[in-house]
Structures are given as structure tokens and as C-alpha cells.
Ligand binder design. Structure first.
Ligand code: NAD
Length: 453
């Protein structure tokens, strides 16, 4: 952290040409390390090549291309008006890097969720220290090697380890902290960052509800829900956590979901190259407990040695069960029915705000009600998960699902301090309200109103 701070203070990472060169070097390095990264992601999470490329490696390469395309515009000074009374003068906002960014990553997308923030941090002109998750050790090792080969250690560095290392890095006073993980740890991270104080971006989790209305296109809804849910074996922060379908469409939706699962992963998903594995034994046990809390309507098979949990539809899960209280974070999809939308909205309002609310309907009136009556990082209509891929949109949560956002320009802004520059004419200017003020109060007041706007 110290050497990174010295490197930053020497000014190197601020130069636009330096940022561009480093982003290009990163892109080349990722391409060179592609095979090693794919293998690490397969070993950690059983990710298929297509999934690992789309959601991790290719995703980050796209981030880099996007940043290179827009960097000049993002870095531009933004001129601002100066109140009449202070003219002649100029004022502008100048985005400036904070300094050393500490990026702490989770295990579920162990490459994307370290490198996508890294691209934003470097585009904004910072140095960075990355702390990968110890629960995805193969990727953590591959990432360390990639970074070591690509960047000087004082510019970008990977420090591998667990919570102790993360806390030590927080104590070393980073200038900005970017954390992706659970709410429990996120609170600790924010508390540690408060010592700086350093700005903190928290990308947390939550239970993303998925509501299917009576007028939904059931077949399409089922495919999109199954795709978003079973991607990465359900270990996705924006996965639809549970489905709440109108009683009139629930039976058809359940059948359509079963068909979608078989279409995606075949009759035995364990043999499918496209279906992932659970990250570790601890998480596997937790999921097996979730499975026991309802009636299995589809799937339900498990294999502890292979860390395999089949894509599963669960019915009749009591609302006080773990599976309905905590984020599931696995390939288990509870299905519930509703009669009245107002009941759904009331329950959603009583729950912590999730990263996304998924709504399947064609009715704009219902969409408006969800917008007005619920709170979440995003409201997604007739889709799941894909909104995350649009770099034109900020990605982040609110309340229990996090604070701050990134991706594209939002990422650049998250890692930039908006420094104000205010420059008056060296000699000329109105001397308003300079003591001693002798003019009658009414006249001064009139003048102040006029000039201060
Ligand atoms: P986690 O909170 O257990 O760990 C995340 C990181 O924090 C790891 O690198 C870990 O080493 C570190 N850590 C652990 N204890 C720490 C401490 N005391 N101080 C500082 N750092 C500490 O999360 P996880 O299990 O890796 O990931 C799963 C969670 O992440 C889920 O809740 C999921 O919803 C959330 N998530 C959110 C997003 C998002 O973009 N919002 C993306 C993926 C995952």
C-alpha cells in the first residue's frame, strides 16, 4: 500500500496516455492468460467455457474496450456557471483519481468482480490493490500471476489471503474501498473504511424476487427465469431468488420451467457441461438444508463429492424457512403463488431492498406500481440478469443490497473525486458585502438577492 501511494504521488497513473497503455496491456494479458483462467474457473466453480468467457473473461475485455472508447469524454473538465457577482471568473469540475483503490472480491464471479472494478479504477487514474476471495483459490492464483506479469507491483498488485489480510489492507488506509460480497462482511468493511475515512462502494446481495403476473408470456418468462437462476449454478448475486406467480398461471409456469431446465441441461444435468458446481462443502451443506425445507417438484438430486446440486424447483416452502429468509445463492428455486398484487407489494416493501426486482407482465400500470411501491437496485421487466451487461447503465444496490454503483461511466465516476476549480480574475471584481458595510440594509438586501440568485 505504501509503495502504491508513493507511485501515485509521483503522478504516473494520472496521465491519460498511461491509463490507455495500461488498459491495453491488461487486455493483451487477459487474452494471453485466457486458457489458464478458463481452467481455474472450471476447477473452482465448474464453469463451462462459454459461461466463463461470457460472464467473466469476455465481459472484462468488453469493459476495457468500452473504457478506451469513452475515456477522453469521461476525463473532460466540466465547465460550470459562476454567479454573476463573482465574475469575471471561471469554474469547472475536474474528475481526479483518489489514489490507491482497494478492491475486495467474492468467489462467485471471481474474475469479473475483481477486474471489472479494476478497469474502472485504472481508467479513473488510480493505483489498485486486489484481494481475491480465498474461496476460489485457483482463480486467485491465476489472477495473481496475470497481474504480476503485467503491471509494476506499485501500480497494481494482488494480495492473496482471507479476512485477516483484507482487514490488514483496510488498516493500511486505502484512499477508496470497493467491496463485493455479503452484507455481514460489507458492514465490517465500511466500518474499517470509516477510520480513513475512505469512500466505500458496497456491492452486496439479497433475495431478488421474481413476480410473474397473470398476463405474462409464460413460456418466455420460464426460459428467462431458468436461464438467470441456473447460470453459475445459481451462485449469482442478481439471480432470481424465488418466483412468485399468479395462481392462474402457476401450474403452466411450473411445467414451462421444468421444460426449460431439461432443454438447457438435458435429462441429467450432472452430465451437462453447461451446468456449474457449488463452490465449497460449507455452501453445499447449506443448500442441502434449503432443499429439505420444501417439496421437491423437480430436480433435488445432490452429490457431495462432486459438490453438485441439481437445478431444483421447490414448492410449499414456509415463509419462515431459511430458503425464504436468506439469499439462497444456489440452483434451488422456490415457487409461490399469489392472488392479489397488493399482498406481493406489501411483502416486498417489508423486505430489505434487493439488487433487482424481476417482473413479468405486459401491463404498464403494474410496472408503474412496482416502480412506485418497491425499492431495489434495478426494476427489470420481462427479463432477468441481462441488465447487468449494459455498460450504459450504472450497476449497484440500495439499502441492504449496497451503495454506490459502477460499470461504464458510473464506474469511472465511482473511482473519481469531483474536484472543483474556481478561478477569479486576479484584479477585477465586485466587492460585495465587504466590511464595513455602510449602505442601508434594504439596499444591501436587494443587491444580495440580485447577485446571489
Ligand atoms: P463474503 O462477504 O464472504 O466475502 C467477500 C470478500 O470479503 C472475500 O474476499 C473475503 O476474503 C473478504 N472478507 C471476509 N471477511 C472479511 C472481513 N472481516 N473484512 C474484510 N474482508 C473480509 O462474500 P462471498 O461469500 O465471497 O460472496 C457471496 C456474497 O456476495 C453474496 O451475498 C452475494 O450476493 C454477494 N455478491 C454481490 C455482488 C454484487 O455485485 N452486488 C456480486 C457477487 C456477489
Amino acid at each position: 500500500m505504501e509503495s502504491a501511494r508513493r507511485f501515485f504521488q509521483a503522478g504516473g497513473p494520472r496521465e491519460a496516455s498511461f491509463r490507455r497503455r495500461q488498459l491495453r496491456a491488461l487486455s493483451d494479458a487477459i487474452a494471453r492468460h485466457e486458457a489458464r483462467l478458463l481452467e481455474a474457473l472450471r476447477l473452482d466453480l465448474g464453469k463451462s467455457t462459454v459461461e466463463a468467457y461470457a460472464s467473466e473473461i469476455g465481459f472484462v475485455l468488453g469493459d476495457i474496450r468500452y473504457a478506451l472508447r469513452h475515456l477522453e469524454r469521461w476525463m473532460r473538465l466540466r465547465r460550470r456557471a459562476v454567479p454573476l457577482v463573482f465574475r469575471p471568473a471561471a469554474a469547472w469540475v475536474q474528475p481526479e483519481p483518489y489514489g490507491v483503490a482497494l478492491i475486495i472480491g467474492p468467489w462467485n464471479f471471481p474474475f469479473q468482480l475483481l477486474f471489472s472494478p479494476l478497469v474502472s479504477a485504472l481508467a479513473a487514474g488510480n493505483c489498485a490493490v486486489l484481494k481475491p476471495s480465498e474461496s476460489a483459490p485457483h482463480t486467485a492464483g491465476a489472477v495473481e500471476r496475470l497481474v504480476e506479469e503485467t503491471f509494476p507491483g506499485e501500480y497494481v498488485r494482488v494480495i492473496n489471503g482471507g479476512p485477516d489480510i483484507a482487514q490488514a489492507l483496510l488498516e493500511a488506509k486505502p484512499d477508496i474501498v470497493f467491496f463485493t460480497g455479503s452484507l455481514r462482511v460489507g458492514r465490517r468493511v465500511a466500518r474499517a473504511a470509516a477510520e480513513g475515512p475512505a469512500p466505500v462502494i458496497l456491492e452486496l446481495g439479497g433475495k431478488c424476487p421474481c413476480v410473474v403476473c397473470e398476463d405474462a408470456e409464460v413460456e418466455t418468462a420460464a426460459r428467462r427465469i431458468a436461464w438467470g437462476k441456473f447460470l453459475n449454478a445459481g451462485q449469482t448475486c442478481v439471480a432470481p431468488d424465488f418466483v412468485w406467480a399468479h395462481a392462474a398461471v402457476l401450474p403452466a409456469l411450473e411445467e414451462a420451467l421444468k421444460r426449460a431446465i431439461v432443454r438447457f441441461y438435458g435429462p441429467d444435468p450432472k452430465r451437462s457441461a453447461d451446468f456449474g458446481r457449488i463452490v465449497h462443502a460449507g455452501h453445499f451443506k447449506r443448500l442441502r438444508e434449503c432443499l429439505s425445507q420444501g417439496r421437491v417438484a423437480h430436480g433435488g438430486a445432490t452429490d457431495e463429492n462432486a459438490r453438485y446440486v441439481a437445478p431444483t424447483i421447490l414448492r410449499d416452502v414456509p415463509t419462515n424457512a431459511l430458503a425464504m429468509q436468506e439469499e439462497i445463492f444456489g440452483p434451488i428455486l422456490p415457487l409461490r403463488s399469489f392472488e392479489r398484487l397488493s399482498d406481493v407489494l406489501a411483502e416486498l416493501r417489508s423486505r430489505p431492498a434487493p439488487l433487482a426486482v424481476y417482473l413479468f407482465t405486459k401491463d404498464r400500470g403494474i410496472e408503474r406500481r412496482f416502480l412506485e411501491e418497491t425499492r431495489s437496485g434495478a426494476l427489470v421487466v420481462n427479463d432477468t440478469v441481462n441488465h447487468v451487461t449494459a455498460r450504459s447503465l450504472p450497476f449497484g444496490g440500495v439499502g441492504a443490497s449496497g451503495m454506490g454503483a459502477y460499470h461504464g461511466e458510473a464506474g469511472f465516476e465511482a473511482f473519481s473525486h469531483r474536484r472543483v476549480v474556481w478561478r477569479r480574475h486576479a484584479r477585477w471584481g465586485v466587492r460585495l458585502a465587504e466590511p464595513p458595510v455602510r449602505a442601508p440594509w434594504q439596499a444591501v438586501r436587494w443587491a444580495l438577492r440580485l447577485f446571489l440568485g
